[in-house]
Ligand binder design. Structure first.
Ligand code: ARG
Length: 469
């Protein structure tokens, strides 16, 4: 269906075809073919509306819709392969339609422009992708939840400044990422509301004298509203920026989790082991097993942040209304969506079957440090010692212990009583790591009971059966 440039789509005002390099530079068909289904959907809705409004004959609308569906079948059979000279998916479809059904095909573009058409296509495409990403996020959350269930009793050191701080329940740590993913879902649902508005019928920029019904096409295409202002309709790309910002936060969360997994998989931490299905070896060092999956996720986050900056920069200087600069939104969106979806899938698989926590290593780590020091202070506070005073006393004790190479749990009662006469034998129990975790009963804290409550809430939110006890 290639057309030579001299017979291009332009009106008779043009005498010469495009310079071949400019033709290549100008064309978007190489990537916007991804919008084919949405372009067909939008055109079917437009043709039906033109028929219903009496702009074209019902039989003409019928013929156009049949032609458009033929193109859909051709594409499914791999037989629709536009050429560079088709410029973009919109022209490619229109030309093929005219070739298929003859001059009546030339009536399809009545009362519309490629400007409102491309805006319609991109919104339909992005809306479907947001719905797919929501499902990807749910799978990722369920993978985290299942690991959390398995480790509702496992301890892990908790860090601030990447220094051991206080021991945690491992499930609590994993559930924090479910909270982030849940905010990601909410943000995307909110973006979707502003994606789901129809620009169709704004025409080139000013509307059209053709008696169209914008609400009819909007309804057929499942849009919740129509744009109020035709100029805004064809020149709004806020939704693309909003989507990329929401996608960037998804990647921020995945990248932070990736960084943790990479640390945990190191010899130094040894908190997880990676399964062969999700790790790779070194071409040189036979002993190595590398965490490529989280590393790639961490690395790919940069692309999505880059697209966000690219979109903002592309839009910021554009006068109303449509400008060809907008053609640049597509590759950003396509790559951004693919990256988010690939990363969510890879991380879900990693947590489903790609890594195993090592409870003994975790427990040993959580028990062999001074991360129960706060609890000595809390113990003294419970005996009426002012917190700041208790804090000073315990700081001094930690200093001596460090010098002697012993842990708090190694101290005999006599030493404790030297520190403060109010300390009794129950100090040993009070600073045992499991007790330290259990004691953090404040709402949202890491105490085992709190974590059980959180698990239960998340289970029902994610449609997971209650755990057998
Ligand atoms: N390929 C174009 C794009 O992606 C379609 C709209 C072209 N409109 C125009 N007036 N040249 O934005």
């Amino acid at each position: 269906m290639a057309v030579d440039s001299s017979s291009s789509a332009w009106s008779q005002r043009f005498e010469q075809g495009l310079h071949p390099a400019i033709e290549r530079f100008n064309a978007s068909i190489g990537f916007d073919i991804a919008l084919l289904q949405q372009d067909l959907d939008g055109s079917v809705a437009h043709a039906r509306m033109l028929g219903a409004c009496g702009v074209i004959e019902p039989a003409e609308a019928e013929a156009i819709i049949t032609g458009l569906e033929t193109i859909r079948s051709e594409a499914a059979a791999g037989a629709f392969n536009p050429a560079l000279a088709d410029e973009d998916v919109h022209f490619a479809v229109e030309r093929r339609l005219i070739a298929l059904i003859g001059p009546v095909g030339k009536k399809l573009h009545t009362g519309r422009s490629r400007n409102d058409q491309v805006g319609t296509d991109v919104r339909l495409w992005l809306r479907a992708q947001i719905d797919a990403i929501d499902i990807d996020l749910l799978r990722f959350e369920r993978a985290l939840l299942d690991q959390a269930e398995r480790h509702a009793d496992t301890l892990i050191p908790g860090y601030t400044h990447l220094q051991r701080a206080q021991p945690l329940c491992l499930a609590h740590h994993l559930l924090a990422y479910i909270e982030m993913a849940e905010r990601d879902r909410q943000r995307l649902a909110d973006v979707r509301r502003r994606v789901n508005i129809s620009p169709l019928g704004a025409a080139a920029l000013a509307g059209t004298p053709v008696p169209i019904d914008r609400r009819m096409t909007a309804q057929e295409l499942g849009f919740a509203q129509i744009y109020t202002n035709s100029l805004d309709a064809v020149s709004d790309r806020d939704f693309a920026v909003e989507f990329m910002a929401a996608a960037s936060l998804v990647l921020v969360h995945l990248s932070r989790l990736s960084e943790e997994v990479i640390l945990w998989a190191s010899e130094e931490f040894g908190f997880v082991s990676l399964s062969d299905r999700c790790a790779t070896g070194s071409s040189l060092m036979p002993q190595k097993k590398n965490p490529d999956v989280p590393e790639l996720v961490r690395g790919k986050s940069g692309r999505v942040f880059g697209h966000l900056m690219g979109l903002l920069t592309m839009i910021k200087g554009l006068p109303l209304a449509y400008n060809k600069d907008f053609q640049e939104d597509k590759e950003a969106l396509f790559d951004g969506v693919r990256t988010v979806r690939d990363c969510l899938e890879a991380m879900a698989i990693l947590f489903e079957e790609g890594l195993e926590f090592r409870p003994q290593r975790l427990e040993a780590a959580a028990c062999s440090d001074f991360s129960n020091a706060t609890d000595v202070a809390d113990y003294l506070v419970a005996k009426g010692v002012p917190f700041r005073e208790a804090y000073q006393l315990v700081g001094g004790l930690v200093k001596t212990c460090l010098a002697e190479g012993v842990l708090l749990r190694d101290l005999p009662l006599a030493r404790w009583q030297q520190l403060h006469p109010a300390i009794a034998a129950d100090i040993a129990e009070a600073i045992a790591p499991r007790q330290v975790v259990a004691a953090r009963r404040s709402e949202g804290g890491t105490g085992f009971e709190q974590v059980q409550q959180q698990l239960q809430q998340i289970r029902s939110r994610l449609g997971r059966a209650p755990q057998a006890t």
